[in-house]
Ligand binder design. Structure first.
Ligand code: SF4
Length: 240
């Protein structure tokens, strides 16, 4: 993560405007296609899935989630189960002792609230309710709002943060909280899902953590970090 926070020689950070993110989104759409959002309407499922996704890959997360759903018929059953049984069910996802405790704490804190009201609630109120749950931060709340109901919120995971920081969308050294606010401010209405997915795809395929392939990147002329890499002594970066 440290490399995404290096300062840009010769160029002070300038706050991006929404037009810039629109241009980035359009380039990534050309490169990767337009992802289709499929809001599934199951906020608690999404919440638990997001807890299981911490510090593991998608495949292990999905195996853990499937085992949990196979072993317990309802979320109430998970809440009331002996801790060891929940832990055993989610073991393939890693950090099972910690995640099982967190999942049961969340289900107890929900106290029967099915969270379906999040679909129509004011977004700030919905976010506040989610972030009041044990261990639920801004990214998890955004995942629930976006993937369950297609609400306008953009989860900032490590890929989104790294790519966004390199593109200068966030202030250098911005916290994840600040990055969420900035990305949300920049994202065109209705484009939250596309922006999130496109930045993740780009982070996995081209703008990787250790060796970003800037010379073949469709965003190079929009990217201050990329320009300092391909032209390290060429003076201030030229950003379109
Ligand atoms: S130019 Fe390089 S650093 Fe910038 S987005 Fe592309 S791959 Fe990432």
């Amino acid at each position: 993560m440290a490399s995404t926070r290096r300062s840009l020689p010769g160029a002070a950070w300038k706050r991006a405007n929404p037009r810039r993110l629109r241009a980035i989104r359009d380039r990534l759409r050309t490169a990767y296609g337009r992802p289709v959002p499929r809001a599934h309407g199951a906020p608690i499922d999404e919440l638990i899935l997001t807890v299981l996704s911490q510090n593991t890959n998608d495949r292990n997360r999905d195996v853990a989630y499937e085992r949990l759903r196979e072993r317990f018929a309802t979320w109430e059953d998970v809440r009331e189960a002996p801790a060891g049984e929940v832990e055993d069910a989610i073991r393939p996802g890693g950090l099972a002792p910690t995640k099982s405790v967190r999942i049961q704490e969340i289900l107890r804190a929900l106290d029967g609230d099915d969270l379906t009201w999040l679909e129509d609630a004011p977004i700030e109120e919905a976010r506040r309710r989610l972030q009041a749950l044990p261990g639920v931060g801004r990214k998890t709340a955004a995942c629930v709002l976006l993937f369950a109901y297609g609400r306008q919120d953009v989860p900032v995971d490590t890929h989104v943060y790294r790519v966004g920081a390199r593109l200068g969308l966030f202030r250098p050294g911005a916290s994840f909280e600040e990055a969420h606010d900035e990305l949300l401010r920049l994202t065109p209405p209705g484009a939250a899902y596309e922006v999130h997915v496109a930045l993740i795809r780009h982070g996995r395929r081209i703008c990787t953590a250790r060796a970003p392939r800037c010379r073949e990147c469709p965003l190079l002329d929009l990217c201050p970090y990329g320009q300092t890499r391909v032209n390290p002594v060429g003076g201030p970066p030229k950003i379109c």
